[in-house]
Write a protein that binds this ligand. Sequence first.
Ligand SMILES: [Cu+2]
Length: 209
Amino acid sequence: MINTKLGILAAACAFALAACSDKQPAEAPQAAPTAATPAPAPTEAAPQDSMQAMTPAASAAPATPAADVNAAANGKPTAQITDCSTEFEGTDAMQYSISSIVVPASCTDFKITLKHTGKLPVAAMGHDVVITKTSDMEAVDADGRAAGQDNGYVKADDPRVIAHTKLIGGGETTSVSFPVSKIKDGGPYTFFCSFPGHSALMKGSISVQ
Ligand SMILES: [Cu+2]
């Protein structure tokens, strides 16, 4: 598991994400592609806790079977729901605090609140929450990147965007509400951060149950 995580981490850092770079040298040998354990992790079971795996304690832990990679959505919890709303966090380590959102089918509207608990400014570590069909995510992300920071990295009036918050920096909070009917059928749906490069780590599933 650890080797797997580091393998994934190496891939994540290869995205040239500044958040990883300062810590990478110490772990680089283990993260090399030639690591004994092959990296079997499906990309959808994204390495959302891979940053935490870089701590010395985690590195010293014994390897566990690769099957664990799919367990419990990488160790991150499902969002806690309160009165048809949820609040979760984004960090300076380019992470959401949750890995999935399950919206109660009894809700008419649902509200998502994102709290950026970091300190970095929006230009360096901006976060938002964008909801799309999973199959649309990549294209919406690319178009958002092209739209630039002035547009919060979301293309204006993009019909594939079901809902999105504004882009925020450290210390800020933002919310968005949307009709649950929009994600009831035709899924699966994904939420992700559209800041360039972030969706590699900052994404999760959103469904109605
Ligand atoms: Cu982000």
